[in-house]
Design a binder for this molecule. Structure first.
Ligand code: TYM
Length: 346
């Protein structure tokens, strides 16, 4: 099946974030901010806190619950409107796990071993001792997407390979069962900040799991913390150049320019036009001001929302019911296609 065949599916966006730690500026610029843009473009949008993915590595149960609520608060504070988008946590819609099992039987083990994230997460450790879930992780991710017949998935650069695998799994299912049932999903990896780097090392991705808190901006950081982390961000001694090409070998400088561009909603070229010839003594305070103006209201609103966890749980429950209503018929059709008897009265 080609992308052209997707014309028979209505446009629908699905994406997810793991509640395995506090969200970072990388999650915000690479994912969350773009989720809001897609919602505001009027496309049907389904957003999921993938708690089943989070437990592929050990999570303290109470922390996981708190982090899931915090992530939900981040979505809402950043502009996701749970009446326009569907916002829910994955484990409340059991069809994700059920479809994942079917897809586990379609995907090949070798495909899983080739995933660079699996290799990275097991690097330097005994891979045989990691959870089976960590290996099968991308097949659950494919289930998340295909369960809704989602046609587009906005993500950061690091998810590209997983989305290619999702396409492969959908194509193999369609081929094996001789159907045109699953869409071949289009990854949306767009904008200046598809790969936000660590503030301490411009060659490493900004990540919630980095041991150094100074390496990232957390969505819960207050104005002082944000400004201080940007002030202390690693840079070089050169002024900013006129063209992006000249930033090729200056990963830290390029990262800060990209962050500025994404926060401002401008092209990196436009940022350089304004700051070319200026050193970081001038650029960092401007970036800090912009970051604080954008992020401090989000962290303030998150605090307010998290003061009422019952309301967050209610929102997630409502979202799960709406997600389930879309997922159940697609799961039922899938089970039918693979030859399962469906005879229960309810
Ligand atoms: P996760 O939780 O690691 O990250 C969530 C989203 O944030 C993006 N992101 C970044 N973007 C730019 N720069 C960064 N430094 C950065 N760090 C993270 C990620 O690319 C992602 O878009 N496997 C997924 C979760 C998932 C999913 C899905 C996504 C599960 N099922 C279905 C899409 C569709 C993950 O671990 O993302």
């Amino acid at each position: 099946m080609t992308d052209a065949a997707n014309a028979s599916f209505k446009p629908r966006i699905f994406s997810g974030i793991q509640p395995s730690g506090g969200l970072t500026l990388g999650n915000y610029l690479g994912a969350l901010k773009r989720f809001v843009e897609k919602q505001d473009e009027g496309i049907e949008t389904i957003y999921c806190l993938v708690d089943l993915h989070a437990i592929t590595v050990w999570q303290d149960p109470e922390r996981l619950r708190a982090q899931t609520r915090e992530a939900a608060a981040a979505f809402i504070a950043a502009g996701i409107d749970p009446t326009r988008s569907i916002l829910f946590n994955q484990s409340q819609v059991s069809a994700h796990a059920e479809l994942a099992w079917i897809l586990n039987c379609v995907a090949r083990i070798g495909w899983m071993y080739r995933m660079t994230q699996f290799k990275d997460k097991t690097a330097g450790k005994n891979a045989e001792n990691s959870s089976l879930g960590l290996l099968a992780y991308p097949s659950l991710m494919a289930a998340d997407i295909l369960l809704y017949h989602a046609t587009m998935v906005p993500v950061g650069e690091d998810q590209k390979q997983h989305l290619e695998l999702t396409r492969d799994i959908a194509a193999k299912f369609n081929h094996d069962y001789k159907v045109d049932f699953f869409p071949i999903t289009e990854p949306l990896i767009e904008g200046a900040a598809t790969r936000v780097m660590s503030l301490r090392d411009g060659t490493k991705k900004m990540s919630k799991s980095d041991p150094s808190d100074a390496s990232r901006i957390n969505l819960t950081d207050d104005a002082d913390a944000i400004a201080q982390k940007i002030r202390k961000a690693r840079t070089d001694a050169e002024p900013l150049p006129e063209t992006l090409a000249e930033l090729k070998d200056r990963p830290e400088a390029r990262n800060l320019v990209n962050i500025y561009a994404a926060l401002a909603g401008e092209a990196p070229e436009a940022v350089l036009e304004r700051f070319a010839g200026h050193g970081f003594g001038a650029f960092k305070p401007a970036l800090a001001e912009l970051a604080v103006a954008t992020l401090a209201p989000i962290s303030g609103e998150m605090k307010r929302l998290m003061a009422d966890p019952a309301e967050i749980d209610r929102t997630l429950g409502e979202g799960a019911e709406r997600a389930d209503a879309i997922a159940q018929p697609i799961l039922a059709q899938t089970l039918d296609i693979v030859g399962m008897i469906r005879s229960r009265a309810d």
